[in-house]
Design a protein around this ligand. Sequence first.
Ligand code: KIV
Length: 266
Amino acid sequence: MTTLSTLNKFKKDGTKFTCLTCYDSMFARMMEKAEIDTILIGDSLGMVVQGHDSTLPVTVNDMAYHTANIARSNRHALILADLPFMSYVTLPEAVANSRQLMQAGAHVIKIEGGSELCDLITTLAQAGTPTCVHLGLTPQSVNVFGGYKIQGRGDEAADKLLTDAKAVVAAGAALLVLECVPAELAKAVTEAVAVPVIGIGAGADTDGQVLVMHDMLGMTHGRVPRFIHDFLTDERNSARSIEGAFALYQQSVREGSFPTEQHQFS
Ligand code: KIV
């Protein structure tokens, strides 16, 4: 069973680890077989499961439902669950909603933002709830960014992201996710903080990698971002099976053959 201590040891030893999004039981069982290290019940379910254009319509009840599906079906992975859009604006509401997700089976609560989250992170840590802070391209802020765009480009933006990362870790964050930032910046953040950093479109130097499960099985609606690799049709997955795709992803991240330069941004 993967725990935060396992991930901290992986970081210390330089062992790269995996995360995949997952929303239902059968896939969670297959991920258990492939020994995927961590599972994220992402609010990306709003897009890949519910058919919305963004993650914004997802509710805490939706997240709790899918988190419970996974918790019943996978005993190997550390389970991360997203607090959805506007469900952590005030401390009391953030605490109540985190309780609901932890009681549904999450081990870690993921929240999007920067240093403005510090009070919440400390409050949750003191209440026995570890947090993972998602920085960079944070999909819940798509209307602030004006689209899904690479973040942290240029000295000022890079400095802000690095400062935010250090602040949330000092406040007690247990993990970070960095999405769609230049690989060089992701490397600098990973080296600057003591906690494990999980990247998506953030290059090969983060401690772990995460992909949306549907994307890595070749099921992407619309434009395929450059950080995605289709592990289902990869010729090394000789059976072309879903189990084989999960196992190949696990192996590729561990041995450092995914991601490559072609999957990263500068
Ligand atoms: O919701 C999600 O799937 C995510 C990943 C893209 C990291 O936050």
